[in-house]
Design a protein around this ligand. Structure first.
Ligand SMILES: [Zn+2]
Length: 314
């Protein structure tokens, strides 16, 4: 199992449960803790095989068809049957063991969380756009400032030349018609330069103001965003104290899944309970209670799972 895949599962199972704040907080804060689930199924004696099962309650709000659901149930069963090399469960009309897809607050909250996460993602994108707009404008303001400083420097030197020639004129030197004409023209030119400089200063000021406004907007945006993230983490992350499925001795109830992959993993786990298997400490085991690091794209029994199965199914 590659580390990448492990990560991708954690994100999948709790993909709505990893959010980061942005901008002024700076720190990327990930929230991933999942509260301890209450004890679920204790070990029970293995039943007679194959166990006949059938579809019980089925809620279409999960967005999966009955046919597809039963297909995944079958795939989950195969994981155990392949390992045991025998038939363990048999789909049959009115089979006494029911597989129920139960829509309650758990799935409802997951759907809410997905919607909230989408909204936050969208806002994150908007913020990134604001950020690049800000950077672009800041660069443009810098260019205007540089141009202004260059022009101002040139103006200063032109002015100083002009003033020394005026001083010489006033001292009675260089009293020629050409010098007089030059000074008159030059004065006009310098006034034009001054006018252009004033224009640049105004431009610089208004661009600076715009930039500050954008900065304020971003600050407000990030505060709101961070609040949304905090609310999200508070609402959806800190109270995940339930299991996605339960085997109660007679039926498997599925309460929550995001994608078919994690539904299948939950099904394999619950069928393990239906085989009479208890929980394993090994975090990678299919019979681990938390199912936090399994590779959902490639569900495999660990040797611990297999030993548990061998001890139960003789
Ligand atoms: Zn369990």
């Amino acid at each position: 199992m590659s580390p990448k895949k492990i990560l991708s599962y954690v994100l999948l199972a709790g993909s709505v449960f990893f959010l980061f704040k942005l901008y002024d907080e700076g720190a990327r804060r990930s929230v991933s803790s999942v509260a301890e689930a209450p004890p679920e199924q204790v070990e029970i004696a293995a039943p007679d095989f194959p166990v006949n099962y059938s579809l019980g309650a089925f809620d279409s709000r999960f967005g999966i068809s009955q046919e597809r659901f039963l297909q995944l149930v079958d795939e989950a069963i195969k994981v155990w049957e392949d390992a045991a090399a025998r038939e363990l469960f048999q789909l049959s009309q009115d089979g006494p063991m029911k597989i129920n897809l139960v829509f309650d607050w758990r799935q409802e909250r997951l759907l809410e969380a997905k919607a909230a996460k989408a909204k936050i993602d969208e806002n994150g994108k908007s913020f990134d756009q604001l950020q690049s707009e800000y950077d672009e404008r800041a660069r443009s303001v810098d260019q205007v400032r540089l141009a202004y400083e260059e022009t101002a420097q040139a103006y200063k030197s032109h002015l100083s030349d002009y003033n020394s020639r005026v001083a010489r004129w006033n001292e009675g030197r260089e009293h020629t018609e050409a010098e007089q004409r030059y000074l008159q023209n030059r004065k006009k030119e310098l006034e034009d330069e001054q006018g252009a400089l004033d224009k640049k200063v105004n431009e610089l000021n208004s661009k600076g103001e715009e930039l500050n406004e954008l900065g304020e907007k971003m600050k407000a945006f990030s505060q709101k965003f961070n609040l949304d993230v905090e609310n999200f983490n508070g609402t959806y992350v800190r109270s995940r104290d339930f299991e996605k499925g339960v085997y109660d001795g007679k039926a498997i109830n599925i309460y929550e899944f995001e994608k078919e992959d994690d539904l299948k993993l939950t099904l394999v786990h619950e069928f393990g309970h239906a085989l009479g298997l208890g929980h394993l400490e090994n975090p990678k085991a299919i019979m681990n209670r938390k199912l936090a690091v399994q590779d959902v794209t490639n569900i495999r029994l660990t040797s611990d799972d297999l030993n548990l199965l061998k001890a139960k199914i003789k």
